[in-house]
Ligand binder design. Structure first.
Ligand code: CP
Length: 317
């Protein structure tokens, strides 16, 4: 825990996405996350690191894990926490996002955590506020804190990812988790493979330096880690496959299909899970999965991100 007494500085001043981040910043976040994870294991679970700092959580899309784990991380750091509920706010009377955010900032808040369905919405906050901005998911663009907690979970089991193959399975085209994971895993030297039906993999995505396969059996055989993504029906504009039952038959991860995998394959799922669609119960609750470890690491890594970025409060944009 000693290494969180001195605040090392991140090169980033806000966290809008993993794209463009450097490996040193990710390493510092992971190192700090490990220290905060130890604190979560103590009876008190709390430190005074953000005492006097006020954080507002603005969620314009549904969330369980991200919203609660940010709130928990803020409280564990002793920050003052305000939760903004879009559905009961004056946005419903026609106020703009920027006016809303500027009014909240006028009440002396220091950091804004926002989830929004519009890709790039956080840039509007960046351009109009002095607060530190953290992206909790923007449309199908990025979900940087999810990628960081996924990376932390993988790093705990596989400390050297160089040359290891991590496969993202399923609805890649609608997934902000996939985009952020690709950038984070590549910074750590992993081979990133995408696998799913052709309708759910963006054309030309190989330009990002990823491998693409439409052969699930092959992907299961050659992967060290599989991160299974939810079918995001709320983002689909037309049918991408005939039925959920068919999707499950072809692309759902079952113990039977995993019998061809390496003995120590690691299974992640960012949640929320659709059991019986992209993942079977016996995998979701099985020996290879680290799904609830991801959730715990979400609190520790969000504590680290809030703590490290708080160095910029009142300062540099
Ligand atoms: N993984 C994730 O973002 O979950 P929530 O939508 O519940 O926050």
């Amino acid at each position: 825990m000693d290494n969180i007494k001195t605040k090392d500085l991140l090169k980033i001043k806000h966290l809008l996405g993993i794209k463009g981040m450097c490996r040193e910043d990710l390493e510092l976040i992971l190192k700090t996350s490990a220290s905060f994870k130890q604190i979560l294991d103590t009876p008190n679970k709390k430190v005074a690191a953000l005492k006097g700092i006020t954080v507002v959580n603005m969620f314009f899309e549904n969330s369980t894990r991200t919203k609660l784990s940010f709130e928990m991380a803020e409280k564990r750091l002793s920050a003052d926490v305000v939760n903004f509920a879009a559905s009961s706010s004056s946005l419903k009377k026609g106020e703009t996002l920027i006016d809303t955010a500027r009014n909240i900032e006028a009440m002396k808040i220091d950091m804004v955590v926002m989830r929004h369905s519009t890709p790039g919405a956080h840039k509007m906050l960046l351009d109009n506020l002095d607060s530190v901005i953290i992206n909790a998911g923007d449309g199908a663009h990025e979900h940087p804190t999810q990628a960081i907690l996924d990376l932390m979970t993988i790093d705990e089991k596989i400390p050297d990812l160089r040359g290891k193959r991590v496969t993202l399975v399923g609805d890649i085209i609608h997934s902000r988790v996939a985009m952020s994971n690709i950038h984070a895993l590549q910074l750590y030297g992993a081979k990133v493979q995408l696998c799913g039906p052709a309708t759910l993999i963006p054309k030309g995505i190989e330009k990002l330096g990823v491998e693409v396969t439409y052969d699930l059996e092959e992907a299961i055989k050659n992967s060290d880690v599989m991160n299974i993504l939810r079918i995001q029906l709320e983002r689909h504009v037309g049918p991408s496959f005939p039925s959920l039952r068919e999707y499950h038959n072809f692309w759902g991860i079952t113990n039977e299909k995993l019998s061809k995998a390496k003995n120590d394959i690691l299974i992640l799922h960012p949640g929320p899970m659709n059991r019986g669609v992209e993942i079977d119960d016996d995998v979701a609750d099985g020996d290879h999965q680290v799904i609830l470890e991801q959730v715990l690491n979400g609190v520790a890594s969000r504590m680290a991100i809030l703590y490290l970025l708080s160095a910029n409060i009142g300062g540099i944009k």
